[in-house]
Write a protein that binds this ligand. Structure first.
Ligand SMILES: C[S@@+](CC[C@H](N)C(=O)[O-])C[C@H]1O[C@@H](n2cnc3c(N)ncnc32)[C@H](O)[C@@H]1O
Length: 405
């Protein structure tokens, strides 16, 4: 099916956009353009910045929707949980959180954020872990392009320790170690690399060659402690721990949220993969290696497809499952972006709207209330400029707010 066929329920010409409406076969949908949350970095709770994650949204996004559309005690869910931004913000705002992701790495990153521990406990635990045991590196994965042999020995010892020891302090240490595996400063364990993406070994070897540098020794424990201190600096640990029993993390496909109770969720704040814009498998390979997550647990399970029809069917099936788990009148705030598709720029919000207008998809399950376009640098400018901006496709946060029918 072509993009045009999928979009048959939506028409967007400049006049409609200018009027701030999207015209659909079900009627007009308000499309708001504004700076709904700050463009400034790192303004929210420090736990949000514990790890980089591909295509994660800013914590301000779930904060905006949770604060606006729910009250304390309500349940907020995210079927594509990633690093756990939605569940952490739900916990901070005293909501009950449900977070799911098909990649088991998500649970490793999200659990410690909603079950944080004190820096004293981390320091004490690190003192006790022996990272100096002899390791036969010839039996291990070759990571010599990333790590100095002595750093690597410490990492293998830490990984072996974490295989056996899983209390909340261990898990916080694991999450923090995951954030230090590769990056560009001395705070990371690796040679100069990319912090957001696990790059292939050959690319890392090339970087080392270009920089005429081999990995130098990076002591592991002190870097974990330093990063943990930054992660915990906003405090509130005991409040988060007290409420952690109200939250649930699940690992599975968004189309079958079997451990999410029926009619239990008041609001979903989520962001699915945008076609195949991000390679979640390749880009996290060092993290999945460190966590001992077998490749076959992610390969073939993560949906990252270049095919628009397959993507639309995947999203539609996820929405059907969300319809099951949501309370009557519950809301879904789904963030999507713009993608290049067959040479054109495609706004995926329009595809979502189309799904909710089509009998073959989700027409009887959801109706779109409004669309928010977080447009930072153009906020204060005239409508005509926003049309221009829309055509150029420089807006990236488009949140479609849908109501369960
Ligand atoms: C855009 S990211 C979400 C990032 C998240 N909002 C955050 O702030 O960290 C999309 C997520 O969808 C997950 N995913 C891909 N296919 C999935 C599927 N079939 N079921 C559930 N999750 C899936 C990926 O593993 C990835 O973590």
């Amino acid at each position: 099916m072509s993009a045009q066929a999928l979009l048959k329920h939506v028409s967007t010409d400049a006049a409609e956009i200018e009027a701030g409406q999207l015209i659909t076969s079900r009627g007009p949908v308000p499309r708001h353009y504004d700076e709904f949350w700050t463009a400034k970095q790192r303004q929210m709770h420090s736990l949000h910045y514990a790890n980089s994650y591909r295509a994660s949204f800013k914590p301000e996004l779930p904060d905006f929707f949770i604060s606006r559309y729910t009250k304390p005690g309500d349940t907020v869910g995210d079927p594509f949980g990633g690093r756990g931004t939605t569940i952490l913000q739900s916990a901070i705002l005293n909501r009950r959180g449900l977070s799911n992701d098909v990649n088991p790495l998500s649970e490793r990153l999200a659990y410690p954020k909603i079950n944080p521990v004190t820096i004293e406990a981390i320091s004490e635990k690190l003192d006790k872990i022996d990272l100096s045991r002899p390791v036969d590196l010839t039996l291990e994965e070759d990571m010599s392009m990333f790590y100095h042999p002595d750093t690597y020995k410490e990492l293998i010892n830490l990984r072996n320790y974490l295989r056996e020891n899983r209390d909340d302090v261990d898990r916080f240490i694991e999450m923090t170690a995951l954030s230090r595996l590769h990056g560009h400063s001395n705070g990371f364990f690796s040679a100069y690399s990319f912090p957001q993406i696990s790059i292939p070994k050959a690319n890392q070897a090339k970087i080392n060659q270009t920089r005429c540098a081999e990995p130098d020794y990076r002591e592991v424990k002190s870097r974990i402690l330093k990063k943990a201190r930054t992660t915990l600096k906003s405090g509130g640990i005991s409040d988060l721990r007290r409420n952690s029993r109200h939250h649930k993390l699940t690992t599975g496909d968004s189309r079958d949220l079997k451990d999410w109770p029926t009619e239990s969720v008041h609001l979903v704040v989520t962001s699915p993969p945008f076609l195949n814009q991000v390679d979640y498998i390749q880009d996290t390979w060092i993290e999945t290696w460190f966590c001992d997550i077998p490749r076959d647990q992610v390969e073939g399970r993560i949906v990252q497809t270049p095919d628009l029809t397959k993507w639309a069917e995947f999203i539609s099936a996820t929405m059907s499952e969300l319809h099951r788990v949501m309370v009557p009148g519950g809301l879904v705030a789904m963030e999507v972006g713009e993608v290049r598709y067959q040479g054109n720029l495609l706004n995926l919000d329009e595809i979502l709207v189309s799904l909710t207008c089509s009998k073959a998809y989700n027409m009887h399950q959801f109706k779109v209330k409004e669309i928010y376009v977080q447009s930072q640098q153009f906020t204060k400018l005239a409508n005509c400029f926003r049309v221009e901006n829309n055509k150029l496709g420089t807006n990236t946060n488009r949140i479609v707010l849908m109501e369960k029918i």
